[in-house]
Design a protein around this ligand. Structure first.
Ligand code: F1P
Length: 353
């Protein structure tokens, strides 16, 4: 519920086009290195990994820089090749996740510049990186990351926009248009919370007894499908899988029957028609469809069992609005199932071993 404010805090006031990079903390001193990087490598765990996956799509799409992402827990244990002019970006809410610390130290030893996005000021990861930026979302009380995730996205958007502008991979007019829209996002998060509350209550009542759910999205909203599913697992203990929507036919489609709830993230972008046909595939097998659609979309609303309407925005910003009702859905389901929402079983705020 705090996220309209925390997202605004991450922007540190209005984001004026010319000033964008004053807000990027120490990272602005490395902007030339990022622009001339041959590769960006993102390292993170859990929810922070999902923010990193959004960053991968944006750095490639807007900035044209080849970007890879790896789980810190994988990177730390295998033989890795760090090629010349690789910039590493570590993302961590707590700044104390053991796997991420070790992985970033390893990247540093191999000669990479290591940058960071952290929530906690003075944390181990903040100290070990060459430069970084804090999210400024404040302390997150619940174990499952929510406002830290959207805060990480805020920083990632600022980075991607700035790099694209400085690199010249985005025309200035388009850059200005995106910056202006970015400024509207805190208000749109607020609108999303208001508009989706009733729908989320209805859907949570219907799926509270589900034994499994599938979350599907494409492009920039594929990481949101992963994060929506992770939030459900973490706080409701319902099994959930996030998948790229087009991969459904390569396996998960076998799971679909009349007991399966499938959440589709379906903004009006260039993948829209494909998502419509994915929805048809689920409906024809009796699955229950929950669809996150752009406000006013009647086509999908007619096909879906439940619809959540998301305010219109530029396609690059849809992830930050789409995650809000998915977090709320997990919260409402957890409440109905009488789970301990702030302290889910088996989870720790920072995984330090
Ligand atoms: C990573 C993380 C969180 C998750 C939980 C366990 O932490 O997986 O995403 O919500 O708290 O740890 P961090 O490196 O982002 O602090």
């Amino acid at each position: 519920m705090e996220q309209p404010r925390t997202f605004r805090d991450c922007l540190r006031g209005r984001l004026k086009a010319e000033e964008a990079y004053i807000k990027l903390g120490g990272i602005r001193d490395y902007i030339d290195e990022i622009i001339s990087a041959k590769r960006i490598l993102i390292i993170a765990c859990g929810t922070s990994y999902h923010a990193g996956l959004v960053a991968k799509y944006l750095f490639e799409d807007l900035c044209g820089i080849p970007t890879d992402i790896d789980f810190a827990s994988e990177f730390r244990y295998r033989k890795v090749v760090i090629t010349e002019r690789t910039v590493v970006l570590g993302i961590s809410q707590s700044g104390e996740t053991a796997d991420t610390i070790v992985a970033l130290e390893k990247a540093k030893k191999k000669g990479a510049k290591v940058l960071g996005i952290c929530n906690v000021v003075g944390s181990s990861i903040a100290r070990l990186t060459d430069a970084g930026v804090y999210t400024h979302v404040g302390v997150e009380i619940g174990v499952a990351s929510t406002k830290a995730f959207t805060g990480q996205l805020a920083i990632i958007y600022m980075m991607a926009l700035l790099i694209a502008k400085e690199k010249g991979s985005l025309e200035y007019e388009k850059y200005r248009h995106l910056v202006e829209e970015f400024d509207q996002i805190p208000d749109k998060i607020e609108q999303t919370l208001k508009n989706t509350y009733t729908a989320v209550e209805q859907i949570s009542a219907a799926c509270r007894t589900a034994s499994s759910m599938i979350y599907l999205g494409r492009g920039l909203n594929y990481p949101i499908a992963l994060e929506g599913a992770l939030k459900l697992k973490e706080i409701t203990y319902i099994h959930a899988e996030g998948y790229p929507a087009a991969e459904m036919k390569h396996g998960p489609i076998a799971l679909i029957d009349e007991n399966m709830f499938v959440v589709f993230i379906a903004p009006k972008d260039k993948t829209y028609e494909k998502i419509v046909s994915n929805i048809q595939e689920v409906k024809s097998r009796g699955g229950k469809v929950v669809a996150l659609v752009t406000e006013g979309d009647k086509t999908i609303a007619k096909m879906a069992d439940y619809t959540i309407e998301i305010p219109e925005t530029d396609k690059i910003f849809t992830p930050v609005l789409n995650i809000i009702p998915l977090q709320m859905l997990s919260y409402q389901v957890a409440k109905l199932r009488e789970c301990n929402i702030d302290q889910p079983r088996n989870l720790a705020k920072s995984v330090t071993v």
